[in-house]
Design a protein around this ligand. Structure first.
Ligand SMILES: [Zn+2]
Length: 150
């Protein structure tokens, strides 16, 4: 497939698991979904998702509830979830990779690794053991999922 640089890339048709059409996306997003084993190419212009895109909402809710809506980085009220392994590095949307986070910490961390952000913020973290364990588990599960995927 050829790509143009001027933002006039053809949109890719996205189908859900039942073959229903969802909102089309740009080719690089389609490639990303496929690279993460979250979708397959049906033809050159169409991908089909292998997961339910509405689940993330539920995972997010579950993670917030599990962590009592408390930011694990600073102890403030949390309304967002933070990916331990960032999505950009193939981190999963499953609850094991999510922790409750206030939007301030979420923004501050950006794309930094969870360990280095932990080091910087160790003074503010209410429960270092708990957070370290979460990061450890997220990394461990991430490696396991990757192994299974290849
Ligand atoms: Zn916070």
């Amino acid at each position: 497939m050829s790509r143009t640089r001027d933002g006039e890339e053809p949109l890719i048709t996205v189908l859900n698991m039942d073959g229903q059409q969802l909102t089309p996306c740009l080719p690089h997003r389609a490639w990303r979904e496929v690279e993460r084993s979250r979708a397959v190419w049906v033809d050159e212009q169409t991908i089909q998702l292998l997961y339910n895109p509405f689940l993330f909402r539920d995972y997010r809710k579950a993670a917030l509830k599990r962590d009592h809506h408390t930011c694990l980085w600073c102890g403030q009220h949390a309304t967002t979830v933070d990916h331990m392994i960032p999505s950009s590095k193939g981190g999963s949307d499953l609850p094991h990779n999510l922790i409750a986070s206030c939007s301030e910490c979420n923004t501050k961390r950006g794309n930094r690794s969870a360990w280095s952000f932990l080091k910087e913020n160790a003074h503010a973290v209410p429960n270092l053991m708990k957070l370290s364990w979460r990061i450890f588990i997220a990394k461990y599960r991430h490696r396991q999922l990757k192994k299974r995927g290849t």
